[in-house]
Design a protein around this ligand. Structure first.
Ligand code: NG6
Ligand code: CA
Length: 508
């Protein structure tokens, strides 16, 4: 592959004029790595002000690039955020993008143009490693996990994948490598159900004595794998079952080996970590290293994974021309279903930084996330940008970097904001649309935040999260970041403007 690429560029550069220029441009294409953390909050990194946890590798990335302070994930939970990042379409345009079960059918359709398709069409080697959570196979509940899946990430433009089907707290607890269970164990056929248990199999609910690694606090009381209760039922798996304490090692090793394999050609790596999602059960070399218990330790483990990626780039001489984009899929949460003492050991740490609300919420804490860009060949170090941005735009922005052509109808909500992403300007997106787990949409501009009326309750009891829901329109003046005083009735003109934006977006 490498040889063929070199041959093509030699051919181009030996020709004259335009072909020559194109050849040079081609070889200058940066590698792109998206490091997408799970539930990592705006305030969870030391470069974003965290004091009770040190994240030297992420801090280094920020110091060598741009640290953004006003970037939004598209939604306040994983599946819709990831859907939108990879397709450039707002998740709320579809009714099947809520938090996916481990046996959900593939949500992105093979006919859709994805970020991986875009890179592939520009001649990149493409891979997804880590958390997927966007469904697999042709339809929900019909997968045969003992055979190659009929639809997987290969149909979405990824040349290679090594992924968890959903989340670490959802069955099946096995990695899928290129559409088939990795390390498949023929002596332990895999069965999965989100409806009923398999006869004779223990559950967290009935056999709490078997939860030797972590106890659940709410939910997570169905199948038990590795001494941890899960959502959903599974049987079998044998030696293919993951050990939670090795997940970071395993996915990081696969990410590193993809980089090594493709060092000689442009590559795109979507590296979606399991950290710091529940169940938080990092490797023992991280356990006990932070004063914040397992959640803090998982942040350290995340930082270690980032460090391994950066070291690999350094070692291979690829750091200069690799664009690394680090962010998170939604805001932070403390008790997300396991007794990991995230609440008890928090101290004065502020996972969501100055923002109100958490993961799931319509308040800013649901979607404001850390975001860092480093590309030494083109982006001067040591920058900070408070430009208002949304991850919805990353697809077309990166496409603009590659000069990619998008098929008709692709990435309908994504805008080219490459200049902002590379720190060449600080222009705000005119507005950003957010989407909470109770389906409340918000419109955020530099000064205002509007939350549309929603009949859902005001609190999610288990994680103790404010939803931000209200049956009345809410408007906040973001010159003070903590959404506290609803000024909708004083500014009916702004409220109408915001409603108009949502209406127009809806009809587009
Ligand atoms: C919730 C789970 C939570 C987490 C979340 C998805 C319960 C009680 N809670 O339903 O633990 O898995 O889904 O998180 O089951 S996300 O970051 O992948 O969206
Ligand atoms: Ca998440």
């Amino acid at each position: 592959m490498r040889k063929r690429y070199l041959a093509v560029s030699l051919l181009l550069s030996s020709a004259c004029g335009l072909a020559c220029a194109e050849g040079e441009q081609r070889s200058a294409k940066p590698n792109v790595i998206i490091i997408y953390a799970d539930d990592l909050g705006y305030g969870d990194l030391s470069c974003y002000g965290a004091k009770r946890v040190e994240t030297p590798s992420v801090d280094r990335l920020a110091a060598e690039g741009i640290r953004f302070t006003n970037v939004h994930a598209v939604a306040a939970t994983s599946t819709p955020s990831r859907y939108s990042l990879l397709t450039g379409e707002y998740a709320w345009r579809r009714n099947d993008t809520d938090i996916a079960a481990g046996n959900a059918g593939m949500i992105i359709r093979p006919s859709q143009f994805t970020m991986a398709d875009m890179f592939k069409s520009a001649g990149y080697a493409t891979a997804a490693v880590g958390k997927w959570h966007l469904g697999l196979g042709s339809s929900t509940g019909t997968q045969d996990w003992n055979a190659p899946l009929p639809a997987a990430l290969g149909d979405l433009g990824f040349d290679y994948h090594y992924i968890m089907a959903a989340t670490a707290d959802r069955v099946p607890c096995v990695f899928i490598e290129n559409g088939f269970v990795a390390n498949y164990d023929p002596s332990a056929p895999i069965e999965v159900s989100y409806k009923s248990n398999f006869p004779g199999e223990p559950t967290g609910k009935d056999n709490p004595e078997l939860l030797f690694n972590l106890r659940s606090s709410h939910g997570h009381d169905q199948s038990i794998v590795n001494g941890i209760g899960r959502i959903g039922y599974m049987r079998g798996g044998g030696t293919a079952l993951w050990k939670d304490e090795n997940i970071a090692d395993s996915i990081t090793a696969h990410a590193v080996s993809f980089i090594r394999r493709h060092r000689g050609e442009p590559f795109f790596l979507y590296f979606a970590t399991n950290d710091v999602h529940v169940p938080r059960f990092p490797h023992e070399r991280f356990r006990g290293n932070s004063p914040m218990g397992l959640r803090g330790d998982a942040i350290l483990q995340f930082d270690w994974s980032v460090g391994r990626i950066l070291e690999t780039l350094d070692e291979l001489g690829l750091a200069d021309n690799t664009l690394v984009l680090l962010s998170s899929d939604n805001g932070p949460v403390l008790d997300d279903g396991y007794q990991d003492q995230a609440v008890e050991l928090l101290g004065d740490h502020q996972p969501a930084g100055p923002w109100r609300g958490w993961k799931y919420s319509a308040f800013e804490g649901g979607t404001v996330v850390p975001a860092i860009v480093r590309w030494p060949a083109s982006v001067p170090a040591g920058q900070e940008s408070d430009a208002l941005m949304s991850q919805i735009d990353w697809l077309r922005s990166l496409g603009s970097l590659l000069g990619a052509r998008f098929p008709e109808g692709a990435a309908p909500d994504s805008q080219d904001r490459l200049a902002t992403l590379l720190g060449k300007d600080t222009a705000d997106r005119p507005y950003v649309i957010e989407f909470s787990s109770s389906h409340a949409r918000s419109v955020r501009t530099r000064q205002w935040k509007y939350i549309e009326p929603n009949e859902g309750g005001s609190l999610i009891v288990g994680p103790n999260v404010e939803t931000g829901n209200s049956p009345l329109p809410q408007l906040y003046d973001m010159r003070s970041p903590y959404e506290e005083v609803n000024v909708a009735s004083e500014h009916s003109d702004i409220v109408s403007e915001m409603q108009e934006i949502l209406q127009q977006e809806q009809e587009r």
